[in-house]
Design a binder for this molecule. Structure first.
Ligand SMILES: Nc1ncnc2c1ncn2[C@@H]1O[C@H](COP(=O)(O)OP(=O)(O)OP(=O)(O)O)[C@@H](O)[C@H]1O
Ligand code: NI
Length: 395
C-alpha cells in the first residue's frame, strides 16, 4: 500500500433543487480510498450513500443536482496517460507546493490534471475530477472508475445478447478486432465465474439468473481494468447464498485486478464480510469512520452502536432504531442524529455536525461526547474508552 490514496474526497456536497426547497443529500463529507482496499459506506436508506458515490464522477442528474467539493484521482499511471494523450489544462505544482496554471482555458473535452514533474517526468499528480468538465469526465466513468449497480436488469439491454454488449464495451475502450473483443469477452465471463462462457455469449440477459446477471455486470465493469470499482448495493437484490458468492467473487477479482473498491451498503453483515475500512453515514454526514475491526469492536457513535444493535441477535433486532431521518430540505441545526439519539444533550442540537474527534489514526467520531469535558463512557459503557483528541466542545 502506498501512502497516497487512490481517491481523495474532501468536503463533497451534493444538493438538489426540489419543489420542497433545496435538498442537501450529501452535506460535506471527506473520505479516501487506497489502492487495493475496500472502503464501505454504510448507513440507513436515504443517508446519501448512493448520491455520495455517484457524485465522485458527477453521475447525479444535473440539474436538479449540484456537486461541489474536491475529488482527486491520484493514480499516477492515469495521470501520466491523460497528461500525454489529451488536451488538458495542466496545473503544474511548483517546488513550494503551490499549483500554477500552465494550461489553456478548460474546454469541455479537457481534463484538469495537476502534476509535478522532475526532469520532465511526472512524479506526482492527480486528476482533478471536481474541476474536469462533463465530456471529459465521461471517459473516466466506466473507464478508470467503474460502477456496478444494484439492479443489473436496469443496466443490461434486454434486446442484445450479453456477448454483443461486452464486445461493444471492449471495442469502445480498446482498438481491437471483433474476434479479439469476443475472445476478451469470453475471458471476462470466465473470470466472473460464468460456466461455459463461450457458449453463453450468444444468450440474452433474460436467459441468465439474477446472480449471473450481476456477474455479467461485473464483467462489463472490468472491461476497462478500472483502478476503482464503485459497487452500490450490488448484492441487495440477490438471495443470501448468491450474495455470498458475489461478495467472494468481488474479493477475488480485487486481488487479481488490484483495484480499490468503494462498496455501498445498508447491511452491516455485508460490511463485516468485505470492508477494510468503514465510513458510517447518516443524513448526509459522516458519523464515524474506522477500520472494520474498530467499527465492530469499538463502535463509538450512538448511531453506529444503534445500527449494530439492529443486527440479528442484537438488542434492537426487532424494534429498529426508532424515529426517522431528518427532513433533508430542513436539516437539524446540530448533529444530524440528535433527534433520534438517546444520549442527546442540549449541545447536540446546536453548532452544526460536531467536528470529528480522533480516537486512533484510522478511527474518528463526530459526536460531542468525544469532545473535551465530556465522558463518552456514558455511550460505550466502557471506562477504557480512549481519550479523544482533535475536537473541542464548542466548535
Ligand atoms: N435526483 C434526485 N432529486 C432529488 N432528491 C434526490 C435525488 N436523488 C436522491 N435524492 C435524495 O437524496 C437523499 C439521499 O439519497 P440516496 O439515494 O443517496 O440515499 P441512500 O443512502 O443511497 O439510500 P438507499 O439505501 O435507500 O439506497 C434522499 O433524501 C433522496 O430522496
Ligand atoms: Ni442507495
Amino acid at each position: 500500500m502506498t501512502d497516497t490514496p487512490l481517491l481523495a474526497v474532501e468536503d463533497l456536497t451534493t444538493t438538489f433543487k426540489t419543489d420542497a426547497g433545496l435538498l442537501t443529500a450529501v452535506g460535506g463529507i471527506d473520505f479516501d480510498i487506497y489502492e487495493g482496499e475496500t472502503v464501505c459506506i454504510v448507513g440507513e436508506s436515504g443517508s446519501g450513500k448512493t448520491v455520495a458515490s455517484e457524485s465522485i464522477t458527477r453521475l447525479v442528474p444535473s440539474p436538479p443536482g449540484e456537486v461541489t467539493g474536491s475529488v482527486e484521482f491520484r493514480d499516477l499511471e492515469t495521470v501520466r496517460e491523460l497528461a500525454d494523450a489529451f488536451p488538458k489544462a495542466v496545473f503544474e505544482v511548483a517546488e513550494d507546493g503551490a499549483a500554477e496554471d500552465r494550461g489553456r482555458p478548460v474546454d469541455d473535452g479537457q481534463f484538469v490534471v495537476v502534476e509535478q514533474r522532475r526532469n520532465g517526468e511526472i512524479t506526482r499528480g492527480y486528476v482533478d475530477l471536481a474541476r474536469t468538465p462533463d465530456k471529459a469526465l465521461r471517459r473516466v466513468r466506466g473507464g478508470d472508475i467503474a460502477h456496478v449497480f444494484q439492479n443489473p436488469q436496469d443496466a443490461l439491454n434486454h434486446c442484445y445478447t450479453v456477448g454483443w454488449q461486452i464486445v461493444e464495451a471492449v471495442q469502445m475502450h480498446e482498438d481491437v478486432s471483433k474476434g479479439e473483443a469476443r475472445q476478451r469477452a469470453i475471458e471476462l465471463l470466465n473470470d466472473v465465474g460464468i460456466p461455459n462462457a463461450a457458449a453463453r455469449l450468444d444468450d440474452y440477459p433474460h436467459e441468465f439468473s439474477g446472480g449471473q446477471k450481476q456477474r455479467v455486470m461485473i464483467a462489463m465493469a472490468l472491461v476497462t481494468n478500472p483502478d476503482l470499482l464503485i459497487a452500490d448495493e450490488p448484492t441487495t437484490a440477490l438471495d443470501v447464498t448468491v450474495q455470498a458468492q458475489i461478495l467472494k467473487l468481488l474479493s477475488e477479482l480485487q486481488e487479481e485486478y488490484g483495484m480499490g473498491i468503494l462498496f455501498i451498503t445498508h447491511d452491516l453483515g455485508v460490511v463485516a464480510e468485505v470492508a477494510d475500512r468503514v465510513v458510517v453515514m447518516y443524513a448526509g454526514k459522516v458519523m464515524e469512520r474506522g477500520t472494520v475491526y474498530e467499527i465492530f469492536e469499538q463502535p463509538s457513535h450512538p448511531y453506529t452502536r444503534a445500527l449494530l444493535e439492529c443486527l440479528p441477535g442484537g438488542g434492537r433486532a426487532a424494534a429498529g432504531i426508532g424515529g426517522s431521518l431528518p427532513d433533508p430540505t430542513d436539516p437539524t441545526e446540530g448533529c444530524r442524529f440528535a433527534e433520534r439519539c438517546e444520549y442527546a444533550v442540549d449541545d447536540c442540537f446546536v453548532g452544526g455536525q460536531p467536528e470529528e474527534a480522533t480516537l486512533t489514526d484510522d478511527h474518528s467520531v463526530s459526536c460531542v461526547y468525544y469532545h473535551e469535558g465530556r465522558d463518552a463512557s456514558v455511550i460505550t459503557g466502557d471506562d477504557t474508552t480512549p481519550a479523544a483528541s482533535g475536537g473541542t466542545a464548542d466548535d
